[in-house]
Design a protein around this ligand. Structure first.
Ligand SMILES: NC(=O)c1ccc[n+]([C@@H]2O[C@H](COP(=O)([O-])OP(=O)(O)OC[C@H]3O[C@@H](n4cnc5c(N)ncnc54)[C@H](O)[C@@H]3O)[C@@H](O)[C@H]2O)c1
Length: 439
């Protein structure tokens, strides 16, 4: 099948590459010329495990190509995916500028009917807006399909190749049949493809992300309460996760969720509810509790060292919003770092993949270390914000020697409080007893 994908970001790149891998002929179009030039050489502008290899293979076989020329992308394609960004607008609603720009470009260049698939995360009613934008500039008939994406950065290829489910909102049989054919190789092992109406597909994506964000936030609140009543959130997590109605996933407390999806999608759902006059206090609470949670480590650090952190050097491990990505959008580490800088601290940061992105945002206000251990030299404390695997079993003796005092703040509960106490660390984590050597 001839497929065009608009947007060569995390979603567009993975979508286009995976469709090419299944033998389709794919053209990926992006407005960012530098990005397209880089991709043509087989270099990817993001960190996503495995992507460069599979993209290289498909570039070599000429099953995927990159362009900035929308006309060329549209000309040969039966199905056109929109996978551009939908950032939060000033009021928190989803900014549809890029999506509607692409719709108009498709309308202008398509020489006949096409199936236009919206993969960007968009509020209910967007398919109708895309349809209207197409109709404004084109006499042809378009089927507009909603096909929300559920991949996770860091395991995007695996998620796309073996999805838990594929959701397709479509109102005509031809579009449904095309989507069925396109996704057939990905659901071969029996994972479902759900066809539904367009509005329900659009809502499914927001409902999924808001549910997951709520779950994390709920556990963060339980963890905060555990700290105050002397319970251990690790035990509580296991105690509730074994209930089949609850399940064990997504129950790990931490320093709040970040990334390019949950924060903006929770807010967009809140705005969507506002627009139809529906009070949705849960999503409002999720947003505000999460904002507070991002500040929790800074509060703990100031509690330990005092409000004025001038003269203190703090080492931060992990800047990306989660491991196995270079994405720092809405990352809790950025909030922590800003709080520490504001309190006068000197910050030395290290992340295995997100340093370039972090440098662009933080500039020279932060020192970037060449390795995790380099970051520790002469620091008053180590703060772990992102649980990259390489931070899981560090050389604690080396950490202890490098730090001025053995003080560790663990925002992801990576280490065992008892073991940390035994090694002489003053160890602070989330929702667990075990502030070891301190009172
Ligand atoms: N990143 C994720 O993990 C993820 C997961 C599921 C869904 N989503 C959703 O998918 C959408 C895309 O997210 P992303 O993270 O891939 O975004 P991204 O910011 O990584 O990439 C978006 C790309 O679109 C390009 N673009 C903007 N306007 C364009 C235009 N008019 N024509 C062609 N290209 C254009 C940009 O240059 C950029 O390369 C968003 O709606 C997001 O919410 C993201």
């Amino acid at each position: 099948m001839h497929v065009a994908v608009f947007g060569a970001g995390y979603v567009g790149l993975v979508t286009g590459t995976c469709f090419a891998e299944m033998g389709n002929d794919v053209t990926i179009c992006d407005v960012d010329e530098a990005r397209v030039a880089m991709l043509r050489q087989g270099r990817i502008p993001i960190y996503e495990p495995g992507l460069e290899e599979i993209l290289g293979r498909n570039l070599e076989n000429d099953r995927v190509r990159f362009t900035t020329d929308a006309r060329q992308a549209i000309a040969a394609s039966e199905v056109i995916f929109i996978a551009v960004g939908t950032p939060a607008d000033e009021d928190g609603s989803a900014d549809l500028t890029h999506v509607l720009d692409v719709a108009r470009v498709i309308g202008r260049h398509a020489d006949g009917p096409r199936i236009v698939v919206n993969k960007s995360t968009v509020p209910v009613g967007t398919a109708a807006k895309v349809q209207a934008a197409l109709a404004e500039v084109s006499p042809h008939a378009f089927s507009v399909v909603s096909n929300p994406e559920f991949l996770k950065e860091g395991s995007a290829l695996e998620d796309f190749m073996k999805p838990d489910r594929v959701v397709v909102g479509a109102s005509d049989e031809r579009a449904r049949e095309t989507m069925r054919r396109l996704y057939a190789p990905f659901v071969r092992t029996g994972n479902p493809i759900y066809f539904m109406d367009v509005a329900s597909a659009e809502m499914t994506k927001y409902a999924a992300n808001a549910m997951l964000a709520t779950r994390i936030t709920f556990m963060n609140e339980i963890a905060n309460l555990c700290e105050r009543v002397g319970a251990n959130v690790d035990e509580v997590r296991i105690g509730i996760g074994s209930d089949r109605r609850i399940g064990p996933a997504f129950l790990f407390p931490g320093v709040g969720f970040g990334g390019s999806c949950f924060p903006k999608d929770v807010q967009a759902l809140e705005r969507l509810a506002d627009e139809v006059g529906y009070e949705f206090p849960i999503v409002r609470a999720v947003h505000s509790v999460n904002e507070a949670q991002k500040r929790l480590l800074a509060v703990k650090i100031r509690r330990r060292f005092g409000d004025d952190l001038s003269g203190r050097r703090i080492a931060v491990w992990g800047i990306a919003f989660k491991p196995r990505t270079d994405d720092i959008r809405e990352a809790p580490a950025l909030v922590l770092i800003e709080d520490l800088l504001e309190a006068g601290a000197e910050v030395v940061a290290y992340d295995p993949e997100a340093m370039d992105n972090a440098r662009r945002v933080l500039g020279d206000r932060v020192t970037f270390a060449d390795s995790a251990h380099d970051a520790l030299e002469g620091a008053d404390a180590l703060v772990v914000v992102t649980e990259w695997n390489e931070f899981r079993f560090p050389d604690f003796e080396r950490i202890s020697k490098a730090l001025k005092e053995p003080v560790v703040f663990d925002g992801r509960n990576v280490y065992d409080p008892r073991a940390m106490a035994d090694m002489g660390f003053d160890y602070h984590s989330i929702g667990r007893p075990g502030r070891s050597t301190a009172a």
